[in-house]
Design a protein around this ligand. Structure first.
Ligand SMILES: [Zn+2]
Length: 85
């Protein structure tokens, strides 16, 4: 059994909308279909949970904040460089 044979055609269709589901881009009917499929199909549930986790981790990645004096230091450094020319 290859990986592809584990999944039905329906599963493959579902894979394409999981990401949209998580982004809230599906209408009511499509959401219900996805939810129903995830409940009944353990392969898809595992796949869906992995996708969901990945998205959550990505959204929680801290943004690197520049120090407050970054801009003024950058400007003075640029001025120094310009002055040297
Ligand atoms: Zn499935």
């Amino acid at each position: 059994m290859t990986d592809n044979e584990k999944y039905s055609n329906h599963c493959i269709q579902m894979f394409e909308v999981y990401s949209q589901y998580l982004d809230g881009e599906l209408d009511e009917n499509q959401r219900t279909e996805v939810e129903h499929h995830i409940e009944t199909c353990s392969e898809c549930r595992a796949c869906f949970m992995t996708l969901k986790k990945t998205k959550e981790l990505c959204s929680k990645m801290p943004r690197v904040k520049a120090p407050d004096d970054f801009t003024s230091r950058l400007h003075s450094r640029i001025r120094n460089i310009l002055d040297c020319k």
